[in-house]
Design a protein around this ligand. Structure first.
Ligand code: IPE
Ligand code: MG
Length: 236
């Protein structure tokens, strides 16, 4: 979700006004994903690198996160949406952590959409975390080193249990991953748009999905194999 600051600056407002405006785009994205029957939507709300921003911007972002968690959770629950926060939440203050735990607990049985909020998240952190958990299991003889493969590793990644990432959308005009779902991106399709996040409304999300649906995903096979044979392409 990139471009909040620029959206505000273009309107001679403070960057934080862009973050506030971005909340409405979040609502639209969640409602569109729910309506479309998308299994999971992961929103990159705050990266592990975002701590380096000015203190007052971080403080507004934390307050906003806390406020939105509280104000939206009932609606999410009513719409059968499961909320999960992925990232190292130990860095957040106890009040926020409590709100996160409460929202996750309330929505934990919901199945229509998994909404992952990546907060204090980094793709490398995610991979290292998985490596640490597996190392612990090997050290305590719960599994052997030979049991470690892509499938077992995936079980220790923050999005475990979900299918591989299909589509990664980045708004705001930059063409990079910025330490987002690195492990999960292996076979994802990428969609970049210049639209700034607060302007990324339902029709633009639909356009990205439409673009994605027209792509031929080959997963290492040839185009002919995909067209002519009954091969189920598989991400490894
Ligand atoms: C993305 O918008 C929101 C967060 C990282 C929280 P930015 O704040 O990065 O907006 P730009 O890139 O400065 O316009
Ligand atoms: Mg940015």
């Amino acid at each position: 979700m990139d471009g909040n600051g620029r959206w505000a600056q273009q309107r001679n407002k403070r960057r934080t006004a862009g973050h506030k405006a971005g909340v409405e785009a979040v609502r639209e994205a969640v409602s569109y994903a729910r309506k479309k029957g998308i299994q999971a939507l992961t929103l990159f709300a705050f990266s592990s690198e975002n701590w380096q921003r000015p203190k007052d911007e971080i403080s507004v972002l934390m307050d906003l996160f806390s406020f939105v968690l509280k104000s939206e959770v009932k609606k999410l629950n009513k719409n059968d949406i499961r909320l999960k926060v992925i990232g190292d939440i130990s860095a957040f203050d106890e009040k926020l952590r409590e709100k996160i735990r409460a929202a996750e607990a309330l929505t934990k049985s919901n199945q229509s959409l998994i909404l992952n909020i990546a907060a204090n998240y980094g793709g490398r952190w995610d991979i290292i975390n998985a490596a640490k958990s597996l190392f612990q299991k090997v050290s305590s003889n719960e599994c052997s080193i030979d049991d470690i493969d892509e499938a077992s590793f995936s079980q220790h990644i923050s999005t475990h249990g979900l299918a591989d990432l299909d589509l990664l959308i980045r708004t705001g005009g930059d063409h990079r991953i910025s330490n987002f779902l690195l492990w999960q991106c292996a076979y994802a399709e990428f969609y970049f748009t210049d639209t700034l996040w607060p302007d990324f409304k339902e029709d633009l999300f639909a356009k990205a999905v439409e673009d994605f649906s027209l792509r031929q995903r080959r997963f290492g096979l040839t185009g002919e194999q995909i067209m002519t044979q009954d091969i189920e392409p598989k991400a490894c």
